[in-house]
Design a protein around this ligand. Structure first.
Ligand code: ZN
Length: 399
């Protein structure tokens, strides 16, 4: 079986003879006398495409044989294969991007590669040990410089004796099969069964997206070729929009954002002060309108559409004082919230018992303890009745 993807890596179409077709479950495994369909390897995904207008849905390499996996059966003996070139080119670029990155990390910092993953959207290469931000920036620039130099990528299959004399960045695989060596000028030499471009310039661009710690290595996310170009263009558009929005240019965007952050901090600080003042004002008003029974003040008040945070602040402030019992309500269109509370240091009725006794009036439920209890109900219409009954129960305690 002639491997056209090795002899001519840019072959998009080819003619071949069908040698064997076998059925496996619900698919056909097709063997050809030659193929340009790359079966995958070296972390690079396998090709897709068409044979005689019928789809190749997967590739399998098994015991030295290459199978084109098809759903429809081929009927002719002589067939034409067409590779899904966009997919192949993308796979080649991401895969080769890893070679360039690995070569750069090794040449510059003597850090080897211990993992590689080619993803549908992003690819990763794992580099031994820790890497600083400066090192990452340096390597990105170095990789793009290698691309710019348009170095010829040599691919050869040495004899076993020649192999012994060949330096490779990583240990050679222990196999009886032929080993293909990929050499990128003085940058890198490594064994690989993938499909590679002829010149580094084909990658056009390599972009490191981000890095993260991964066990004893650093995982470097990257994009190469068209993926990298599209990513950078997209980011550039976003950047332009941000600059326009903030009325600043790229050079001082960081400063501009920092200013906004500082201003925001000031505003939040000012708002907190005003909120506190407003809260104190509201509390004074509530105290002025309270009902007095002996030395106890009972505050009854219905709020409208307040959030829980606001009510909690009022409850907290009022229960700091002794001899105050609060009965606060918050109504919205379809709900009512209830809080009964007083300071733990004073003697008073069991507020939770009072709430539990009357909460059914509001078609609701709630719970808490003697000093602080909360509830919620669905029936706003009978709120007055609920307040009256609960208020009476509190008065009963003091009579
Ligand atoms: Zn490779």
């Amino acid at each position: 079986m002639e491997k056209l993807y090795y002899t001519d890596r840019y072959k998009k179409e080819f003619f071949a003879k069908v040698e064997k077709i076998q059925k496996r479950e619900d698919v056909y495994l097709v063997e050809l006398d030659k193929t340009a369909f790359f079966p995958g390897g070296g972390g690079q995904f396998s090709d897709r495409g068409m044979i005689d207008g019928k789809e190749v849905i997967d590739m399998i390499e098994e015991d030295g044989r290459i199978y084109h996996v098809m759903k429809e059966k081929l009927t002719k003996k002589e067939v034409k294969g067409v590779i899904d070139w966009d997919r192949r080119e993308d796979g080649m670029h991401q895969h080769f991007g890893q070679h360039v990155l690995s070569g750069c990390f090794y040449t510059k910092y003597h850090k080897n590669t211990c993992g590689f993953h080619l993803g549908e959207e992003i690819s990763t290469v794992d580099i031994e040990g820790d890497l600083t931000e400066e090192q990452i920036i340096y390597i990105e620039k170095m990789a793009n410089d290698i691309i710019k130099q348009n170095i010829h990528v040599e691919i050869f299959v040495p004899s076993k004796d020649e192999l012994k004399e060949t330096w490779t960045r990583r240990k050679l695989p222990d196999t009886a099969e032929e080993i293909r060596i990929v050499k990128i000028g003085d940058l890198d030499t490594n064994a690989c069964c993938g499909c590679h471009p002829e010149y580094t310039g084909e990658l056009k661009l390599l972009k490191i997206k981000r890095t993260e710690k991964s066990r004893n290595a650093t995982r470097v996310e990257f994009l190469a070729g068209t993926r990298a170009i599209e990513y950078v263009l997209k980011r550039d558009n976003v950047m332009s929009k941000i600059c326009k929005h903030l009325s600043c240019n790229e050079e001082n965007i960081e400063k501009c954002i920092l200013n906004i952050e500082n201003n925001l901090d000031d505003i939040i600080h000012q708002r907190n002060i005003l909120e506190e003042e407003l809260l104190n004002y509201k509390i004074d008003k509530l105290l002025k309108n309270s009902n007095k029974i002996g030395n106890i003040e009972i505050i009854k008040h219905i709020f409208k559409d307040k959030d829980a945070k606001y009510l909690n602040k009022i409850v907290k402030k009022l229960t700091e004082k002794k001899n105050i019992i609060i009965m606060l309500f918050n109504t919205t269109t379809d709900k009512v919230n209830v809080v009964f509370a007083y300071n733990k240091g004073m003697e008073g009725p069991d507020l939770n018992k009072i709430l539990q006794k009357n909460i059914n009036i509001l078609d609701g439920k709630g719970g808490g303890n003697k000093y602080l209890t909360q509830g919620a109900g669905k029936n706003n219409n009978r709120l007055d009745e609920f307040i009256e009954k609960s208020y009476k129960s509190i008065l009963n305690y003091f009579e």
